[in-house]
Design a protein around this ligand. Structure first.
Ligand SMILES: [Zn+2]
Length: 304
């Protein structure tokens, strides 16, 4: 007998408790962390999973965000009295709804529809007084501490958190899923993400926690095995793009063909994400001389 997917689990470590979202945090759900110290308790990335807990959502004195994306801020409104913190590079997204929309950079009509969705389904609440942190900043909670590790690419201000005494690294949206790295927003950068993936390989921790459904992995070997597969998705997208460019194609055709999402995935912003993601691959193929613009706006593989 399998448990119903809507029974939400919690997993206790030392200072950390993981609050799993529905479907173990598969998007649009996510897994939130609570870190309890002697003086202070912080919640990290309050998700829809905390919203459905309602009155039994955990209390917190402070809210830390790995980055400013709808699924990671969906439960932040449950903590109106607590200070909210983001990396300085993502603060713009929480200051106003228009700021958040700049971070996505979607064209119309996706822009207007998405702007409504982040409010109605993800409870976006602007916080002009949100505070900024930087790489290396430490939150001392009393017997427990959270250290910020800037890991840009997914967004400009995307960060990981290392929690002691658990020796747990919260990987946020380096989510180790089979979907692979997401760099489909205006404020995403493929090559920053690749540098980040190189850097996180060196992190040696006991536990590795992700925001989405992979959950918590124990030990560096399990982490590296997943990380390698996750990273390989980037090269696979580029290989499939090169195959497709045996014939000349425009960016519109490349976006329509789909390299990030599967053709059957009903994602409202897919066209924008495909375009942003794959234009970064096209740009670097052009720079490397592996593709050329055979006529304005149409690209083909060099050896084709
Ligand atoms: Zn994200």
């Amino acid at each position: 007998m399998t448990a119903p997917a809507d029974i939400l689990e919690e997993q206790r470590f030392d200072a950390v408790t993981v609050f799993y979202g529905a479907k173990r945090g598969k998007y649009p759900h996510g897994n939130s962390l609570l870190v309890r110290g002697a003086h202070e308790t912080v919640v990290i990335d309050p998700s829809l999973g905390l919203v459905v807990r309602g009155a039994s959502a955990p209390r917190a004195d402070r809210v830390l965000h790995s980055h400013c994306h709808e699924d990671h801020i969906a439960g932040a409104y449950l903590y109106p009295e607590a200070p909210w913190h983001f990396h300085v590079a993502d603060l713009h997204g929480i200051h106003s709804l228009d700021g958040l929309m700049e971070l996505y950079g979607y064209p119309e009509p996706i822009h207007s529809a998405w702007k409504k969705t982040v409010v109605s389904q993800f409870h976006f609440t602007a916080r002009p007084d949100a505070r900024g942190f930087r790489d290396g900043d430490v939150f001392e909670l009393g017997g427990a501490r959270v250290r910020v590790i800037h890991a840009p690419g997914h967004t400009r201000g995307h960060c990981l958190f290392h929690v002691e005494p658990d020796d747990l690294v919260y990987l946020a949206d380096i989510d180790l899923s089979s979907f692979g790295p997401y760099y489909g927003d205006a404020w995403s950068e493929l090559e920053d993400f690749e540098r980040t993936l190189e850097a996180v390989r060196k992190i040696d921790a006991r536990w590795y926690a992700t925001f989405h459904h992979v959950g918590v992995l124990e030990g560096r070997d399990a982490f590296l095995e997943r990380l390698d597969r996750f990273t390989a998705v980037i090269a696979d997208r580029e290989r499939r793009l090169l195959e497709y460019l045996a014939e000349p194609h425009s960016m519109a055709e490349i976006a329509q063909h789909r390299f990030v999402y599967r053709p059957q995935d009903p994602v409202p912003f897919a066209e924008a994400v495909e375009r942003r993601s794959m234009s970064q691959h096209v740009s670097r193929l052009l720079r490397a001389g592996r593709a050329r613009e055979v006529e304005p706006g149409r690209f083909q593989r060099r050896d084709a």
